[in-house]
Write a protein that binds this ligand. Structure first.
Ligand SMILES: [Zn+2]
Ligand SMILES: [Zn+2]
Length: 273
């Protein structure tokens, strides 16, 4: 049995056939699915799907991509004000098992301008606000980090150094290097890997999988993105999670049973599900 610890069933790619996708996941051995939000709307729909399907759980959070949509005062209102519509309120809804996905993303996306120094500062502000929510409601965090590992690790070190602000969580869709991985593990976080580890041109990432102790590894699809081989460039879905597990089993020389058992235990313990 598997848990897909990062699957955007709340995104419009699944609008038309959500029930079929969930049924296929179940048939393929996926027992539980965690649906992270990317802004308030998608966080709200993650909570809604979790209330409709027993095997689904929600995470709520504002992705760094959406930082620039609001100024800092609006951010405060959206995130921490004890208001019915705020993230803080959503975080306390039933079946919300984490705050996420939240983080830093300095990558320049197609058709978007590069992230400015001010943009980076705002991403950090938003992240810190949400890390504080995670501490306040004692939930783990699902961290998104792209081309921002040094800043992210520095920021998290401040939190991890003090017992009262120590966070639990996962670096989802890990994309850092060897030194980043070591630091992530030293700080006590888990590491999530996705279908992109199966891509032929991704040996660097495969090396990161090998270097991650099984006790710290989580399986995730990040569907609808990053479909594993042989579905690369198609819509990803949670039923493909087993392909990632099989790939890790072959890559690391551990039995599939061991990969499944350990990662399932990791997911259940981190998210208390
Ligand atoms: Zn992400
Ligand atoms: Zn995601």
């Amino acid at each position: 049995m598997y848990t897909d610890t990062h699957c955007h069933l709340n995104f419009k790619a699944f609008n038309k056939d959500l029930k079929e996708v969930i049924d296929r996941a179940k048939k393929s051995g996926v027992e539980k699915i965690i649906i992270p939000g990317a802004k308030l709307d998608s966080s709200r729909s993650a909570v809604e799907i979790a209330s409709q399907y027993e095997m689904c759980f929600a995470a709520v959070g504002i992705h760094p991509h959406h930082t620039t949509e609001s100024d800092t005062s609006l951010l405060y209102i959206n995130v921490v004000k004890p208001d019915e519509n705020s993230l803080l309120n959503l975080a306390n809804k039933p079946k919300v098992v984490a705050i996420g996905e939240i983080g830093l993303d300095y990558y320049t996306y197609k058709n978007y301008p590069p992230i400015t120094i001010n943009g980076k500062k705002r991403q950090k502000e938003l992240l810190i606000l949400q890390l504080k929510i995670a501490l306040a409601c004692q939930k783990p965090v699902i961290l998104h980090c792209r081309e921002a590992h040094d800043d992210m690790l520095e920021l998290l070190t401040d939190f991890q150094e003090k017992p009262e602000t120590r966070l639990r969580g996962v670096f989802h869709c890990f994309g850092g290097d060897k030194n980043h991985l070591k630091k992530v593990l030293d700080l006590g976080f888990l590491v999530g890997f996705d279908g992109n580890i199966t891509y032929e041109d991704n040996q660097k990432l495969q090396e990161m999988v090998i270097q991650t102790p099984l006790e710290r590894l989580l399986l995730e699809t990040d569907a609808p993105y990053l479909a594993p081989v042989p579905y690369r460039r198609q819509r990803n879905e949670p039923s493909y999670l087993s392909l990632i597990a099989v790939f890790i089993s072959n890559l690391t020389g551990n039995s599939l049973k061991k990969i499944t058992g350990k990662t399932q235990k990791n997911a259940e313990s981190l998210f208390s599900i």
